[in-house]
Write a protein that binds this ligand. Sequence first.
Ligand code: HEM
Length: 307
Amino acid sequence: MTQAQKGICAEPNIHALFLTFTVIDDDVQAMRVKLARTLDLFTYFDEEYYEAMVSGVLAIGTDYWYELYPDIIPKELAPFPAMNCDDRSAPNSPGDLFIQIKADRMDICYAIGIEIIQLFKVHVDLYEEVRGFRYLDGRDLTGFVDGTENPRGMHKFNVAIVGDDDPDFAGGSYIHVQRYRHNMTKWQLLPVANQEDVIGRTKADNTEYSSEKKMASSHAQRSILKDEKGNSMEMLRQGMPYGDMSVQGLFFVSCGKSPKPFTTMLNSMIFGDEEGIYDKFLDYTTAETGAAFFAPSTTFIKKQAKK
Ligand code: HEM
């Protein structure tokens, strides 16, 4: 049986380290072996510091996939769906390898991060390092609880993990990341009632607006979508707030058994509905990066390392 990477469906943690790399050499065999060793690193730290609830995700960028495992390609592998409309955009940015480290201790995230940098040193450049943190009771820095409508329990696996319809990749997950930067000054000038209209939920007690009250331009309305068969489109969101005293935002991460829900929702947020009603939240936050990855099962990564 194929085993999904533990971090994909893991419960939220207090800290995260999101590392994005570009690969600078062509020693693919060494990379295959080191990816398998990274899984061992996650396991080692998880067992050694069990109270830290360590989990990791290791994902390969779409372009690099064709170099790393050229003979075997996930059915729906696709580049990041960069898009823009008026002053709203979702740019793509470099990313051959994405490593998400989460734990309830920042020192453990750091210790794993340093080991990973050592391991891959000669093969990669670190494109970006973002430290995520849990804010208040699971809120985004805009003050709204984030993740409420995420799938729960076993349903997470149905939403985030590829099944037997792509047998070579069962246990894998399509990952999209975007680093959003909030315009906090502009957001804070907006009265709370208007902020609530933008999100489609109340702020303090996180109650969903009724369907009559929810505006077409609200973030909730723009991201609640159905596929051609009338089924709800779902993804598992794993992102976390990041920031310091001058820059604030959300490092968005989504995991899906298909890349379609992400692409369709992003399209709905940026281009809007038939009348062009877009996601008003994008007037207050801007995507500065974007990349698409596939996180194969641990079984796949270990098998490829032995070839
Ligand atoms: C700055 C970036 C973003 C922030 C701060 C943000 C924040 C939120 C918040 C506060 C909620 C309501 C509570 C919840 O269910 O989590 C929400 C819901 C949701 N968001 Fe986002 N979001 C962001 C970007 C995105 C993007 C890029 C997508 C998809 C492409 C997305 C998809 C969703 C979905 C599917 C829901 C659940 C809707 C529902 O079923 O009610 N979000 N988001």
